[in-house]
Design a protein around this ligand. Sequence first.
Ligand SMILES: Cc1ncc(COP(=O)(O)O)c(C=O)c1O
Length: 393
Amino acid sequence: MSHYNFDSCTDRRHSDAIKYAELSQFFGDTDLLPMWIADMDFDVCPEICEALTRRIDHHIYGYASIPPEFYPTISQWLQRRHNFKVEPEEMTFVPGVVRGIGYVINRLTRPGEKILIQPPVYHPFRHVIEGNNRVVVTNPLRPVAGGYEMDLEGLAEVIEREKPVMMILCNPHNPVGIQWSRETLERVAEICARQGVIVISDEIHGDLMLGGISHVPFLDVSDDARRIGIMLGAPSKSFNIPGMVSSWMIIKDPLLRRRMFDWLTVNEFNVPTFFATTATIAAYTHGEKWLDEALAYIEGNIDYVAENIGRMTGGKLKIVRPSASFLVWLDCRDLGMTHEQLKQFIIDKARLALNDGAMFGIEGEGYMRMNLGAPRSVVEKALKQLSDAIMLI
Ligand SMILES: Cc1ncc(COP(=O)(O)O)c(C=O)c1O
């Protein structure tokens, strides 16, 4: 029997939620069903709210030190959920995963140097590289029946030819929802270590595993990975608390760690707010049951879409079934539209706000990303709107 109710949630309109507040800016329309930016619509686990309320009720919000249980709590979580051993001193707080990537790029690379990404991939990777005057090189994912695979030969070739100094790995990979296998990650580590390429592994979706598949932390796969790897993770996606801005960075190699952590420390980039520590400790201590139920609910949403989308759209839409997270990569290519027509069709006719597939790289043309971290009734409504719009073409 479930303890938590994911069928009905608090109304997020007029709460500054980006999902609603920025509809007009991104879609030119405010009256759309929003299934875009990657947070969930579910109310968070009550123990997180209670911990925050207790802290707020204290009424003095002075400088707060990091509670002694903060890093051990994260470490125990990683051990329990992913069988991944991390010593508390191997990790540090960072205020967000994208900021963490930005810090690493600024500290460990120079302007003009090349950084590799694998599109279609989470779009801020490109922005943070280019915005810091570094140069993007790509090794696109290889489309295969029903999904994608990593092009490991391509990776070795691009690294040999372009000589990037860093790679940003998305593990699991947003937007296509793939958890990379241990063998694939071992090969990535081997290829990158051979050329001295540092690997940032963004594992923010790593707690959101589906279908009985296990998350494989990059730093767990080999000595090569531990020598060159920087892992970033957070409770933010898992527990629907990205507004708390709490993330962590793990570096196993002592020299690399010192170069990075000392710089974060002098700049005070690794000083959390007490909201971040309070919410993180509560989530990892009390949120496990909530997370397991949320994942089962999300899996149900994905099943619903997978089972009905073909029939409801005359076979025109398909999904790439994710092995992690609440984001679904929607293959719209059989609609026979240009990408611009597709974007407009989704807004004007289906009345949905979805993420434009091409924002993740031109490889995403003909695709849209749909957020299924919502009550089933919302998912059903969205599918009906898509179906009705397609039937009228
Ligand atoms: C792969 C990936 N990394 C990072 C983020 C954002 O993390 P943060 O808000 O901690 O910067 C997201 C959010 O969608 C994401 O999908």
